[in-house]
Write a protein that binds this ligand. Sequence first.
Ligand code: MEV
Length: 437
Amino acid sequence: MKGKIIKGFSKLSAGEKRHGIAAMCRRPEPAEKEMEGWLATDPAIRKSFLELSENTISSFHVPFGIAPNVMVDGRIYHVPMAIEESSVIAAASHAARFWAERGGFKVKQISTAKLGHVYFRWFTDPRFLNWNWDHIRFFLLDRLRKTTASMERRGGGVLELRLIDSREIMEKLYKLELEVDTVNSMGANFINTCLEELADGMEAYLALNNHVKERRYQHIMSILSNFTEKCLVTIEASCPVEELKPFALKLTVEEFAEKIQLAYSIARGDPYRAATHNKGIMNGVDAVLMATGNDYRAAEAAAHSYASKDGVYRALSSCDIQEGRLTISLTIPLAIGTVGGITNLHPLARLALEILGNPSAKELMAIVAAVGLSSNFAALTSLVTTGIQKGHMKLHLSNILNSLNADPLTRTEAEEYFSGKKISFDAVKHFMDIRSS
Ligand code: MEV
């Protein structure tokens, strides 16, 4: 199979696929065993995992941890996070606990509308669309009623349907913009179904005047938008500057507060720093989204498009000092759900939501934002004091020692030996080899 086009791979059983791929590895037998070993032992769970995606040959595990003591609007949550990067959970937990002891995070604003578009070209008199828009809109929404009925029963549904002239992007281009509320579901399938029905409706309406037949109308595509600028949460936390002592280390609290504020300001103005700053926010955000079975790729797309909404890429969070109080805040788009999709199919995602007390989508948005801001604040406190490598290196050493199966005594000695020294896999291996010789 190696290096050749494989035909009919998808038709093979999971075992056959695993066997074929293992045959490409240097040691096929252990490779196949390894892949089998990561599959769930419970046959029902194994089956449901294998069927979540396609061409599945094993399961890829990431650590599932908890950031305890995240306080949002007076309520404490112990938040599940799934992430492989060391330090993220420890740092977010440390910052979250600090803020929880000072009143926690407060939701300042929350909105949940989602958008989707039907793109089309209109080759004849543009006035036709505008003059007939009220009628077309009524016709389209009426056709959509059946699809939206159950969402309406749950308190959501269509909020608005607009016609948008997009000829500044491309000649003859228009779009229908659908704005919906999908309540506690992320709603991607619902929105895309509605959009495809709107596109069909548009063709049906225009067929009456032969516009489609005469090629005066061309449907291009129908899809939701991940630029979810109307599905936003803003959270904030605040404390007197003098209480920042635990983070200031060798600095005075005033020096520390000034440096933190400068670091936030740099990230607002400099896209090079903003990208890394926002990555630090997304470390926390993605980990909670992953643990709760939400689509973190959609959240990444939303966050970065929102960060660029002014034409310059900016930090999503900010810091302000007024009358001796430091306030940090984050505004982030989060189109997420707590029902439907993977949230119900993945056993650990279901459990993660239970650990959080089965929150509504709005509540989860606030929790996720709080963890994102905790991660971000923790990263900046390290950057303006010790630098991030110190903490990272400690965990890096621990990971290397784990991979080399170091016993507890060797671990203690290695931690002592490597304190203040450069840590690499080769250096740790060398240390262990010498020790055992
Ligand atoms: C590393 O994963 C994230 C940081 O680079 C974030 C930041 O620089 O703010 C530490």
